[in-house]
Structure formats: C-alpha cells, structure tokens
Design a protein around this ligand. Structure first.
Ligand code: NAD
Ligand code: MG
Length: 405
C-alpha cells in the first residue's frame, strides 16, 4: 500500500494558496464553492480555462488571483479587454505552457488538477515536480502516466490527494499514519450510469444527450459519457491500482445505483469500512482541501432514513464492454493504459459530435489496443508519443470504418 499519498503532513497554519487548473469546469466550480466558504483558510493564486473566458472573468473578479491562464490563444485579447473598467486585472498567460506556470508558482501550496483528459498531464506533472500538494481530479493523467507520475510525486516530496469520489472514499477508509495493518481488498462502487436497465437492443440508438444525463451526478460531458459506458469505472480501477499501489486482483467493482456509498476497504478480520455521503463533489474536495483536518463543504449530513434502501450488484460485462477493455489494458504493458485513454477520448468526442454510435466507443478502443504496440512507458516522451499515435489511429479508424452518414 502506498506511502506517497497517505503520510500526514502538518496542517498548514497560514492561508493556503491554491492554483485551480480547469477552474471553469464542474470540479473547478465546486472547488471555488468550497473555498468561498472559508476565506480565512484559502486564497486563490491562479485560475485557468481552455475557452470559457466569460466564466473565468467572473471568477477572477470574485477571487482575485495573481494569475489567469487562457489556453485558447484566439480568446486572449477578448479576455483581457473585459477588465478595462475594473479596478483589478490578473496577470495573463496564454497557451498551454501557462498551465505549467500556474501549477508551479513558488507561493502556491495546493494545486487542484481538474483539467479533463490528457491535456492535464504536463501541468499535473509540473505540480508534482514543484513538490505541491496535488488534489487530483484529472484521472486521465494518472491512467496515462501511472508509474511516472507516482515516481515524480515521491522524488519531489509532493503529496497526491484523490478527488475522484471513489478514491477519496478509499483513502478515507485506509489505515492511517503508522497503522500498517493489512488490507484484504478495495471495493469500488459505480452507479452504472443512465443505462443500467435499458434493453441492450436499444444501445445503438442512444443519443449524446441521453448519455450525458447522469442519474446522480452533474459533471462535465466527457466523464458523463465515461459513466454511461462504465469506462469511468475502468479508469477508476486503473487509477486505484496506481494510486494505492495494489494489484488488480485486489480491486473489486460493484454496481450501487444510489451513489451513496462511494467505495469500501475490506480487512482480513471480515470488517469492511465504507465512506458514505450524498453524491456531491464538494465532499471529497473539502476533505482534500482540509486534510488531515475537516471543514464544512456545504453538503448536509446524510439522512439514511430518507434514502431507505442501498442496492449492490455485479457489473454485467455484455452491457459494459469498456470495463473489460480497461482490465485488459492494465494487464498489458504500461503504455496500454495510455492507448486506452487516448482512444477513449477520441471515441467519446466523436460520439458527442454525433459521428459514431454509442456502441462504437468500445470498438474504437478495442481496435487501438489490438493494433498499437505496447511497451514500457516510464518517460514523458514515450507516453506523449503513444498518446499522439493512438489519437491518429483512432481518428483514421473512425473515418475508415465507422463514420455515420
Ligand atoms: P469539465 O469538462 O466540466 O471541465 C474541464 C475543465 O478543463 C474546464 O475548466 C476546461 O476549460 C478545461 N480544459 C478542457 N480542455 C482543456 C485543454 N485542452 N487545455 C486546458 N484546459 C482544458 O470536466 P469535469 O467534469 O470538471 O472533470 C474534470 C476532471 O475531473 C476529469 O478528469 C474528470 O474525470 C474528473 N472528475 C470529475 C468529476 C465531476 O464530478 N465532474 C468527478 C470525478 C472526477
Ligand atoms: Mg469517480
């Protein structure tokens, strides 16, 4: 079991300065919601967006960061012009390099890594290199670079705290500090998404809007589709193996449609510890911001008598083939999870743009895993090359074999 993430460092006494990468996304907005409840504990040093400059502008006026980053260069002038009549203007960096600067500012204590997809990897690595406390929502960074990210975290005395609700739950249920007792297994829960009981013969006609309508969580589009295919749980299994340094055989997945139990840890004496909360990302965000202390998140305590029943069942691999693809990738050489992630990103984007069917998503990923050679991937260049190679392959595969007319 890893020591990288679990060793308690003393709580910060002064105001903690935070950079939020992906501030305008679902996790970014929830992070700012928790921060604004605790102005004496946290202040914002940097906020970043890809294209959402209207929201970033409002966030800047409210939280007054030293630095703002807009990745899309075409929008930079429009963004800065918005401050013409204000008494405040942040320093602006344009382009993806700005993300790495935001992640490694010397005065920053915490970095919320909440960019979606592979685009978040270089900045997450930069935060680790700079020895920051990383609040990791950007699971794709860990899935594609696994061993490397964990190594950089360890070498630079950085700390990774999981924001993904399952992993945050596991982290809360694992043995604490010097208590090194044995863990039997980790049980990750998954809601099963919106299609848990939809007849399989209707899957071909699932639309992006239907797939984005998650029954319990309000999230960005990419993770919503991943939840509908259950690739999100596949990525979660990989994330758990890398983060907690455990074997795939020691991770179990159960479907839990209510999303109240966020995951569990089983011990050899038959005990199982579970983390329960309403499905609201402010819970894990507040946990990681305050760790090893606790602060309010704005989310109320569960009323289990109102919820009544909690159900659990085994996932059906016919319904959710993406889950098995993730297991296959994890069992192959390290670069296979990079391929899995990149092919999934391309397939999800094509589905969201109505270019392929819902059922084509696993077909694209399977083809990429079959066709692209696997190798050890312990440096960034190899990983980024594999990522690019997969994207080209997946786009061509879609154009050649799957395109809807
Ligand atoms: P989102 O789509 O709502 O927001 C994504 C953010 O990333 C935005 O701020 C956007 O501007 C930025 N971004 C997108 N592409 C970028 C690029 N190329 N360069 C730089 N910035 C870019 O996504 P989200 O739902 O907030 O998810 C963010 C991450 O957190 C994902 O990795 C997701 O898997 C993970 N996560 C999200 C939730 C959730 O409840 N939303 C839960 C668990 C984990
Ligand atoms: Mg999750």
């Amino acid at each position: 079991m890893t020591e990288t993430i679990a060793q308690a460092k003393p709580a910060l006494s002064s105001v903690a300065k935070i950079s939020i990468l992906g501030a305008t996304g679902s996790v970014g907005v929830n992070t700012l919601d928790v921060i604004q409840q605790h102005p004496t504990k946290f202040s914002v040093a940097a906020l970043t967006t890809n294209t959402q400059i209207d929201l970033l502008y409002k966030q800047c006026l409210k939280f007054r960061p030293k630095l703002a980053v807009v990745v899309d260069e075409k929008l930079a002038d429009d963004f800065i012009a918005k401050f013409d009549h204000d008494d405040f203007k942040p320093e602006l960096l344009v382009g993806s390099h700005g993300l790495e600067v935001a992640a490694s500012l010397s005065e920053v204590d915490f970095v919320m890594a909440a960019i979606v997809g592979a685009a978040g990897l270089p900045a997450t690595l930069a935060a680790a290199q700079a020895g920051k406390r990383i609040l990791l929502a950007n699971k794709e960074a860990l899935v594609m670079s696994g061993g490397l990210l964990m190594k950089v975290v360890r070498l630079n005395d950085s700390v990774l705290l999981p924001i993904d609700s399952e992993h945050n739950a596991v982290f809360q249920c694992l043995p604490k500090g010097d208590d090194k007792c044995e863990v039997e297994k980790i049980i990750l829960t998954a809601s099963g998404g919106p299609f848990l009981s939809r007849p399989l013969n209707e899957f071909e006609n699932i639309t992006p809007d239907e797939a984005c309508a998650h029954p319990n969580w309000k999230m960005g589009k990419k993770i919503s589709i991943d939840s509908a295919t259950m690739m999100n749980t596949g990525l979660a299994v990989i994330e758990a193996c890398k983060l907690f340094e455990i074997n795939i055989e020691d991770v179990e997945v159960v479907i839990h449609p209510q999303s109240i139990v966020h995951s569990m840890v089983a011990y050899p004496d038959g005990s199982m510890l579970a983390h329960l909360a309403y499905p609201d990302m402010r819970v894990p965000i507040a946990h990681a911001l305050a760790w090893p202390q606790r602060i309010s998140s704005g989310v109320s305590t569960l009323d289990l008598t109102k919820i009544g029943a909690l159900e659990f069942s085994k996932p059906d691999s016919n319904r959710f083939p993406c889950l098995q693809l993730a297991y296959n990738a994890l069992e192959a050489a390290e670069s296979a999870t990079t391929v899995l992630n990149a092919a999934n990103e391309i397939a999800v984007e094509a589905f969201l743009n109505n270019r392929i069917r819902f059922t084509d998503i696993p077909t694209v990923i399977d083809a990429a895993l079959q066709q692209i050679e696997h190798e050890e991937a312990n440096d960034l260049e190899v990983i980024l090359t594999k990522d690019q190679q997969t994207r080209v392959f997946a786009k061509n595969f879609i154009d050649r074999s799957l395109l809807r007319h």
